[in-house]
Design a binder for this molecule. Structure first.
Ligand SMILES: [Zn+2]
Ligand SMILES: [Zn+2]
Length: 237
């Protein structure tokens, strides 16, 4: 897109803050400063839920992940960012989401995972992968939004991107109940490529029940991955 066209577009449809709608930036300075970050010190090291470090209401400390780090609660700004990005097609938010996840990972690096190592250590991760969109979502939106975020995050963290997870044929998750969802997912993720002996960082946008990241972790585990640490922009909580 040329500079001129961009300039015209900006005049006709000015960029607005996704949180407060003020023209200027996609996420204005004021809203950025007020983001309700999950305090990593007190977050659950197993499922990433806020305040779950000692007693977690969101998991039984049994998620099949080495650790899980989420940046924001899925409401207010956290929800606005995801919705505008995925459903509002505001693809320029990909680096914003990636930067928020990188910030949370950086903070989480100061706190222990259940294995007593830091929840995130870039030197202990071999590659980054992402939860793939369902075929239905891909067709509906025309792109895999998490791939865009993962590419930005891989650049920020200086970690290679392993685009290894794909969806097999499956029914749309949104029409299924919680248990069917987990079963459907477990069957529907496949690993294409070699992940043997790798420590992986798995990226998703929103973590709710953990079914998606668990299915991906199980598929990676089956192919010989050494560990899977999950991270996400938002945690339903
Ligand atoms: Zn704002
Ligand atoms: Zn938990």
């Amino acid at each position: 897109m040329g500079e001129f066209v961009r300039g015209m577009q900006e005049l006709l449809w000015p960029t607005r803050c996704v949180c407060c709608e003020q023209p200027g930036e996609l996420l204005c300075e004021r809203c950025r400063r007020q983001l309700p970050w999950i305090d990593q010190q007190w977050a659950c090291p197993c499922c990433g839920a806020p305040l779950g470090r000692l007693t977690c209401t969101e998991c039984k400390k049994d998620w099949p992940l080495r650790s899980c780090v989420c940046a924001l609660p899925f409401r207010g700004p956290g929800a606005r960012l995801v919705t505008c990005f995925k459903d509002g097609h505001e693809l320029r938010l990909a680096p914003v989401l990636a930067a928020a996840i990188a910030t949370a990972l950086d903070e989480a690096s100061a706190w222990p995972a259940p294995d007593q190592h830091p929840r995130f250590d870039p030197l202990a991760v071999d590659a980054l992968c992402f939860v793939p969109a369902t075929r239905e979502a891909y067709l509906r939106r025309g792109f895999d939004h998490m791939e865009l975020v993962a590419r930005e995050l891989s650049w920020l963290l200086e970690l290679p991107l392993a685009d290894v997870l794909v969806r097999a044929e499956g029914s749309d998750q949104r029409k299924l109940g919680r248990e069917d969802r987990a079963r459907n997912l477990a069957d529907s993720v496949e690993v294409l490529g070699d992940v043997a002996d790798m420590h992986l960082l798995l990226v998703d946008d929103v973590i709710t029940t953990g079914a998606s990241v668990a299915a991906c972790a199980a598929a990676l585990d089956k192919k010989g991955a050494k560990s899977v640490t999950a991270c996400a922009l938002a945690r339903v909580w």
